[in-house]
Design a binder for this molecule. Structure first.
Ligand code: AMP
Length: 369
């Protein structure tokens, strides 16, 4: 199999996963159910994904020799985090198909490139401007106006690498605090709610979206997801259509999540795209127990070249992250009717560390005739 031939895995074939966190772990578990093997590559010897696979490579992403050995051992490569160094992706792509592709990584690793891409499709985002100096920040403020959110172009997650800027703030200090030379300023969006769409796209162009999820953050970290989101059907359809359009324009293969803001308007609420995650996503964890097929299985099917499933939701689903010390409450959840507990096997709970999650499904009562 080479990068130029479509992937068509058979049961028993091996998927290489870059990244050994909980997402890699849940991908490997989904693959196992389909008779596929996984090999995980991660620099962290305590990677939770190592526990559920037979073969693991513990090496740095800059270790070309280790990457080459890894590539030779697997049939296709995928990843569980978007900050895969481009040099590593290049080494792997020379040997095996890397899905989603390197171009997807290039677009989604850079907030400016990502926003330019989304707006080029005619999809709305918050107003934004490229900023590379304090003088540039001043100019951007004139154009965007305040309040705004100053974000590093690269390596931001869970609210890291971003600063809210209000009228009268010390701009020199904010710029120094961000500690980068490449950033964007975004208009602060007074959103009604945050939603996301987890979508899967197969190599033949088939797209399947899960129901729209509503997300609640605490301290910038996802705390609760609810499916379906409490939004009008037409808006949900619009959100799913946007996610599908993004996946198609990226020629995407696999699962991606599109995070959006719902904003009020005279003609009713509408959506703005905030961010694309080119991977399975925390806001899709509810699908593990709340749908006929999970986001993890959809991703595995897509990169294996298998047909995607048509997900059917089992009812109203809530997913709650167990963050830091909240892991200690797991026993209380075990006996809650409708709850399923997922623990990631991580060692020490630290503040902000995602240790597990719980899904709670309330079946929708059957409609009476
Ligand atoms: P991000 O890293 O871009 O996903 O941002 C993390 C969180 O910060 C989002 O989920 C929002 O809650 C908040 N946020 C980010 N950008 C904006 C914005 N332009 N306006 C309002 N809130 C934002």
């Amino acid at each position: 199999m080479t990068a130029s031939h479509p992937v068509r895995l058979k049961p028993g074939d091996t998927i290489g996963i870059l990244g050994g966190g909980q997402l890699g772990r849940m991908l490997a578990l989904a693959a196992a159910r389909l008779g596929l093997r996984c090999q995980v590559f991660s620099p962290d010897p305590d990677s939770p994904a190592f526990d559920v696979v037979q073969r693991a490579t513990c090496a740095e992403y800059a270790d070309v020799e280790a990457l080459e050995f890894f590539a030779n051992d697997v049939d296709v490569v995928t990843y569980e985090f978007e900050n895969v160094p481009s040099a590593a992706a290049m080494v792997l792509a020379a040997r095996r198909p890397v899905l989603p592709s390197r171009t997807v990584l290039e677009t989604t690793q850079d907030r400016l490139a990502e926003k330019d891409f989304v707006t080029s499709l005619g999809i709305r985002t918050a107003d934004y401007a490229d900023v590379s100096s304090v003088a540039g920040l001043r100019e951007a403020i004139v154009r965007i106006s305040l309040p705004g959110v100053l974000k590093t172009r690269r390596f931001g997650y869970d609210g890291k690498g971003q600063i809210k800027i209000r009228q009268g703030d010390d701009l020199e200090r904010a710029w120094a605090e961000l500690g980068t030379r490449s950033a964007i300023l975004e208009a602060f969006v007074p959103f009604e709610r945050e939603i996301s769409v987890v979508a899967a796209r197969a190599a033949d162009g088939q797209v399947e979206c899960f129901d729209v999820t509503e997300n609640e953050h605490r301290d910038h970290i996802l705390k609760i997801s609810r499916a379906p989101a409490a939004i009008p059907d037409a808006l949900a359809e619009q959100a799913r259509e946007i996610a599908g359009r993004i996946a198609t324009a990226l020629d995407y293969v696999g699962v991606l999540a599109v995070e959006m803001f719902v904003v009020p308007g005279k003609q009713g609420p509408s959506v703005l795209v905030n961010e694309i995650a080119p991977r399975v996503h925390n806001s899709g964890h509810w699908t593990l127990d709340g749908a006929s097929i999970s986001q993890f299985e959809q991703h595995i099917r897509a990169i294996a070249g298998w047909p995607l499933g048509k997900p059917v939701r089992h009812g109203e689903v809530t997913m709650t992250n167990l963050i830091g010390d909240e892991i200690n409450t797991y026993e209380q959840w075990l006996t809650v009717p409708g709850a399923t507990v997922h623990l990631y096997g991580k060692g020490t709970p630290r503040p902000g560390r995602k240790m597990g999650h719980v899904t709670l499904v309330s079946p929708t009562p059957p409609k009476s005739a």
